[in-house]
Ligand binder design. Structure first.
Ligand code: VGL
Ligand code: ZN
Length: 201
């Protein structure tokens, strides 16, 4: 058992990010069993859930003439346009059926504001609207976080960098993550995490 100041944060292990899903990450389902095995090691366990309303501004379908995986400029900066995914209440937004969600202390949902995306478990993509997770972790006396989940180069990466920015000691177990890896995004994410002081284990 790990000490009470350490949290495990499981990022977006949802059907739409697993094979067969709307924004499938190769091998996304392979990490479910080892994550289940890791959960009991931690005294503080958090799951995140990407949770978009239909017509979300991060969906290509919301922007006539735009293809999935193109990039547009939003008031808060560049935004990749994704296929419709993780729509609130849909099967795609549900956790992978084998993920041991019963083991979680907290499920934090993100991306529910129509006009702003939220890759990070800590702040939305404007880098200032908080999800509340920082306060939750601090209130429970956590100063060290371990991150696993999907996708390495987007939601895990943004969560890890933000956690480090909040002052947490951060470790990402890369073998328990899988990446979208679009246009060098995985290499860029690795560099960004290392520069932020994140340990890649
Ligand atoms: C994610 C793209 C869009 C992720 C979520 O979980 O990495 N990526 N929404
Ligand atoms: Zn999303």
């Amino acid at each position: 058992m790990r000490p009470a100041n350490e949290a495990l944060i499981v990022i977006d292990v949802q059907n739409d990010f697993c094979p067969g899903g709307a924004l499938a990450v190769e091998g996304g389902d392979e990490i479910v069993a080892p994550i289940n095995a890791l959960l009991p090691e931690f005294q503080v366990r958090v799951l995140t859930q990407d949770w978009h309303p239909a017509g979300h501004s991060s969906f290509a379908s919301t922007h006539p003439g735009q293809d999935p995986f193109s990039v547009i400029e939003m008031p808060y900066g560049p935004q990749v346009l994704w296929p419709d995914h993780c729509i609130q209440g849909s099967d795609g937004a549900a956790f992978h059926k084998n993920l041991n969600t019963d083991a979680a202390d907290l499920v934090i949902r993100k991306g529910f504001r129509p006009g702003i995306d939220s890759y990070s478990a800590f702040f939305e993509n404007d880098h200032e609207t908080p999800t509340g997770l920082e306060g939750y972790l601090r209130a429970r006396g956590v100063d060290t976080v371990t991150l696993v989940g999907l996708a390495t180069d987007y939601c895990v990466n943004y969560s890890a960098v933000d956690a480090a920015g909040c002052g947490f000691k951060v470790r990402v177990i890369t073998s328990l993550c899988r990446a979208i890896d679009m246009d060098g995004s995985l290499d860029a994410a690795r560099d960004g995490m290392k520069n932020a002081g994140v340990t890649l284990a």
